[in-house]
Design a protein around this ligand. Structure first.
Ligand code: GLC
Length: 788
């Protein structure tokens, strides 16, 4: 086209090779302005800001000054960071304590280095750019031996090296498979592991974004169809530090009420009050623990949110109260679509008070969902947040404490599966199109719901489950992975999917146990429940028209097997609760891949079929039919078989027998886990608190017990029980030392039973310097009871 006028087209700027993007070009000027560093370039303006010594943000805008406010994900303000600036002809260097940015001027290329001067994130031939249509892109150098984790809710294996991924919240009922890309959640964050060290990158863009980790050409890229190029680099240096840095930006999960960690039972739908009562009766009669029952869309009057169908549920309040008496919570579904019905209060209010998403011309957007033609609240406006949150008084007044948000991508039954991208969001007076804000619809609905319920519950913790979300969703909700199927393959893919969600700042997640669509079978339900015992979120849910899959649906043997593992969930509850507490403080996931603990061990880099709970327990579920054994990888060190107490030398793959009632579990030697006893629900008092220590060669282990009331925010004011217990043995003497760290809450239990596995030679035990009685059991087990 060089022979036409196109040769002098005003858009003919330097292109990024092989793309239709313009390169950012050369730096024309550099200055420091109000705590940020401003680079005026040929094709845009770039700002650099520091959030801490190890977190920096880069924002590029091709049209105007970069917009720095208004992130939906980041709740942290840039901090005061001591940055030294050095400007030379070719380069500007910005140096903070843990990282430095080296900005080459011609053309602009940014290299991030750690405090040792090693490159963390580099740019080479290609850097930042943008296209005529307003798309933005950034290329980074990729090294052949690095690995990528996170990216939220994605199918496929753990390591995302070689993957191309799109972020666009999408309702995908079609079977999820390795090719399924955009799902319900969009979390444009990932960690790079490189030679045992890690760094993070978060691309804060709420429109459709793309990650191309097909790194053959030595680069990876991330790009957005709209918005600015706005990303944060976290310097690590380990995976744990990266995740803490990421969650210091986007927030950590609030500690859920303990009942949210119990076993939950759902079905699309338990349609009537009698059906719910009968269901609960079955759980009680069979002594199968359960903490929550879900009400899917049939509870409503014509699918109108904030209503009950009074024929099916004549006395919802009494039902909620009766269930609570049994220690069981009722969790109703709430979708965003408000039925277009001039005689329905929520719709009337929404129209009168201008609460719904509209086109720029002023007409309300309607889409077809369960209730038929529906309007969609514009959650980007604070007043709509308050209105929607307040509407949940309908539920809290009935005694309901937890809500299930669904269809909040938002899903619409049309070709595009969602809202018209031309619809506007008010965004508190800074209107943006749905195209630009699509991925935060679920997040903002979650915020409105969580804050509303929290406010209504006056000091009690609420629980929210959501299908859609964006970075930061952990602040409000737990996440289930949507409409999976009763396929073994879907059990398999749930492991890396949940591990990657955990590495994306979302510790509280899990799949529909047993599979949602398609018919389950007994074996699948048994194996899936075994896995669910250790997923942070544990709910059995299935679709209308499929075989029933409550624990007793496949005969007595399966029922006994499923009950054993639901019981096991409650046995492990004290430990899980402590891990949730840790996650709420640090942002580190409860369920995590082995690579998170063993980042130097190449056997863990893409290990997708086993996982860890905290830093010391490996769980290796069976995920194929008719399989009674599997290979388990144990990293270096010693590992104790939870069921047999056999000690295995790690650093190798072992073959493990796993008949249908056995889930392989290994505890790292010289560590402790806390146990309670099986119970009908978390509402039953714990009277059998145990610490199980698994002694190996070191014969030393310690644990910090954490307990609180499990239900209020008292713990935020320090109303908790924390006690450290240290165990060691030497020359046949077991030494126990304990220290009360916090006694402002009094647990239900008054004694701690310490069970030491592998204490063969102990002949004497001392607690805080005094001899104590001990009971020796077969197999090297030792039991000592100490008072709280
Ligand atoms: C969606 C949800 C599913 C729910 C159904 C009916 O498919 O993902 O969990 O049961 O809608 O509300």
């Amino acid at each position: 086209m060089q022979d036409t006028s196109f040769a002098i087209h005003p858009g003919n700027k330097q292109q990024i090779e092989g793309t239709n993007h313009h390169d950012i070009g050369n730096v024309r000027s550099f200055k420091k302005k109000e705590g940020r560093f401003v680079f005026e370039c040929d094709n845009g303006t770039v700002n650099v800001l520091f959030y801490s010594d190890s977190v920096a943000r880069v924002v590029m805008n091709q049209k105007q000054d970069p917009v720095l406010e208004g992130s939906f994900a980041v709740i942290k303000e840039p901090g005061y960071v001591d940055v030294s600036v050095q400007e030379k002809d070719e380069e500007v260097t910005l140096t903070a304590q843990e990282m430095s940015l080296h900005v080459l001027k011609a053309p602009m290329r940014i290299t991030f280095k750690d405090s040792d001067g090693q490159i963390i994130v580099g740019e080479g031939k290609k850097g930042m750019g943008h296209s005529h249509e307003g798309k933005v892109i950034c290329y980074k150098e990729a090294l052949p031996y690095e690995h990528y984790y996170g990216f939220g809710e994605k199918t496929g294996f753990l390591d995302k090296k070689g993957e191309k991924m799109t972020m666009w919240n999408t309702d995908v009922y079609a079977p999820h498979n390795p090719e399924t890309d955009a799902l319900y959640q969009s979390i444009p964050f990932f960690l790079t592991l490189r030679g045992g060290r890690a760094h993070g990158l978060f691309f804060d863009n709420t429109g459709k974004t793309h990650f191309n980790m097909r790194t053959e050409a030595g680069t990876y890229s991330f790009s957005g169809d709209s918005g600015q190029m706005d990303y944060y680099v976290m310097a690590g240096p380990g995976m744990k530090e990266v995740l803490s840095q990421y969650t210091s930006l986007t927030g950590t999960m609030p500690l859920p009420p303990k009942w949210a960690l119990g076993f939950h039972q759902s079905r699309y739908s338990y349609e009537t009050e009698e059906e719910v009562r009968e269901l609960v009766g079955n759980f009680l009669e069979k002594s199968i623990p359960v903490d929550a029952i879900y009400l899917d869309i049939h509870y409503m009057d014509g699918y109108r949110v904030f209503t009950f169908d009074e024929d099916r549920f004549p006395n919802a309040k009494q039902l909620v109260a009766d269930l609570k008496e049994q220690g069981i919570r009722l969790v109703p579904i709430v979708d965003p679509g408000v039925k277009e019905d001039p005689e329905y209060e929520a719709y009337q209010e929404g129209v009168h008070d201008d609460r719904f998403c509209k086109y720029i011309e002023g007409n309300v957007y309607y889409g077809d969902v369960w209730p038929g033609n529906s309007a969609f609240p514009d959650f980007t406006s604070d007043s709509v947040q308050k209105w929607w949150g307040g509407k949940h008084k309908f539920y809290s007044d009935l005694g309901i404490e937890g809500i299930w948000n669904d269809m909040n991508e938002p899903a619409v039954f049309n070709e595009t599966k969602t809202m018209d991208t031309k619809v506007m969001h008010d965004n508190n007076g800074n209107p943006k199109t749905h195209r630009e804000l699509h991925n935060i619809y679920g997040l903002k609905m979650g915020e409105a719901t969580y804050e509303g319920m929290k406010n209504n519950l006056e000091g009690k913790r609420t629980f929210l489950l959501t299908r859609a979300g964006y970075a930061g969703v952990q602040r409000y909700a737990s996440v289930w992975t949507g409409d999976n199927r009763s396929f073994w393959e879907h059990l398999q893919l749930a492991l890396p999917m949940c591990m990657n969600l955990g590495m994306s700042g979302v510790p509280f997640c899990g799949p529909d146990v047993g599979g949602f669509a398609h018919d389950a079978n007994g074996q699948l339900l048994a194996r899936w429940t075994q896995f669910g015992t250790f997923t942070p979120y544990f709910r059995n849910h299935s679709a209308i028209g499929t075989l029933r899959q409550e624990p007793w649906s496949f005969g007595e043997d399966v029922e006994a097997n499923v009950k054993k593992y639901i019981d096991l969930r409650y046995i492990w509850m004290p430990h899980l609760y402590k891990l949730f507490r840790d996650a709420s403080l640090t942002g580190l996931p409860v369920m995590r891949p082995l690579v998170f603990e063993y980042p130097e061990d190449k056997n863990t880099f893409n290990l997708s079929d086993q996982f860890m709970i905290g830093d010391n327990v490996i769980v290796a579920p069976i995920t194929t039919p008719d399989t009674e054994h599997r290979v388990v990888y144990l990293p270096g060190g010693e590992w104790v078989n939870y069921w047999t107490d056999d000690i295995q030398e790690g650093g190798r793959h072992i073959m493990v027998e796993a008949p249908l009632d056995t889930l392989p579990i290994f505890v790292k030697a010289d560590t402790v886990v806390a146990h309670g006893s099986p119970k009908q629900s978390t509402a039953v008092k714990e009277d059998n608190f145990q610490l199980h220590a698994y002694f190996g060669k070191i014969a030393e282990a310690s644990y910090t017990i954490y307990e609180d009331d499990g239900e209020t925010f008292g713990y935020e004011n320090g109303e908790a029980f924390e006690k450290s217990v240290n165990l060691s043995y030497d020359s046949d003497v077991l030494t126990i030392t304990t220290e009360d760290l916090n006694t402002r809450f009094t647990p239900d239990w008054s004694e701690i039973t310490i069970v030491i596995h592998g204490a063969f030679d102990v002949t004497e035990a001392a607690l805080n310097g005094r001899n104590v009685e001990m009971e020796k059991l077969d197999g090297g087990k030792l039991v000592i009871t100490v008072s709280r």
